[in-house]
Design a protein around this ligand. Sequence first.
Ligand code: SF4
Ligand code: SF4
Ligand code: FES
Length: 297
Amino acid sequence: MADSHHANGHGSNGHAHGAEPAAKPDTFEVRILRQDAPGEPSYWERHTVKYESDMNVISVLQRIAAKATSSEGKRVAPVAWDCNCLEEVCGACTMVINGKVRQSCSALVDKLLTDHPAEIELQPMTKFPVVRDLVVDRGRLFRALQKVNAWIPVDGYYDLGPGPKVPASIQEQTYPLSECMSCGCCLEACPQYLKVELVRDEGETEEAYQARKNKTFDSEFVGAHAISQAMLFNMHPTGAMNAGDRLEALTAEGGIQVCGNAQNCVAVCPKRIPLTTSIARAGRATTLHTLKKWFGG
Ligand code: SF4
Ligand code: SF4
Ligand code: FES
């Protein structure tokens, strides 16, 4: 499990004091898998970074980008990466660090060097197309949320009055699911979630390309995050009104039947979301939904 978890279960903002490496080095090595553009070949590049205490991987990347010079002294284009909240809430900075998928904002250098003093290795997630260097396109992840209707529709933004009360027993089950930050760790670890990379054809309009992408994404596995979000909204008294639509999406091509129950997803979720509980719940609900359909219920 990521070292970013504190006893209270909240992620670190990267400023927490982690275990310092036994002997503080003057510098340390960072190996980055780079890629100049979508579909281009990737290549490893090594950078030497001056050690400072309490760095996280984002601060390392900032220094690497500012120097833009490899360990061999070659001037290089600044490395690209994504980040936003810097406190393990948005999921944008997710990448593979020393072989483990996690958020770079909460990956502390001291801890990484304690575990692996030789170097820190950074790679983009492998299940999403690379945009550049460590930046990936997680569009398919969001498309899956769209497919399973992971929201509660409203018919306007006027005051609708108080909503139905959510019993405490339901709140206890739904709150952990609501912590999902769409980071993609569960998809990176899932053996059933395979990379889909499409390119825009010559002469294809942006609209036609998007439509083709969505059609392809919709035929592929939705992933544990989407299954769990469908269960979250089905448990809500208002969301339950559209429960059938979500179950329909989960029984369609690329739905829950693709899950092989390998349980890798639950092991890597940085928010410790009980994904296999959601998957089991979705399995029961979709079976019931299908039976009801057969018997015209
Ligand atoms: S339990 Fe299902 S969703 Fe989770 S890793 Fe396994 S196959 Fe993927
Ligand atoms: S379920 Fe967990 S691992 Fe998957 S996207 Fe949500 S927060 Fe990330
Ligand atoms: S920047 Fe790391 S999770 Fe938001």
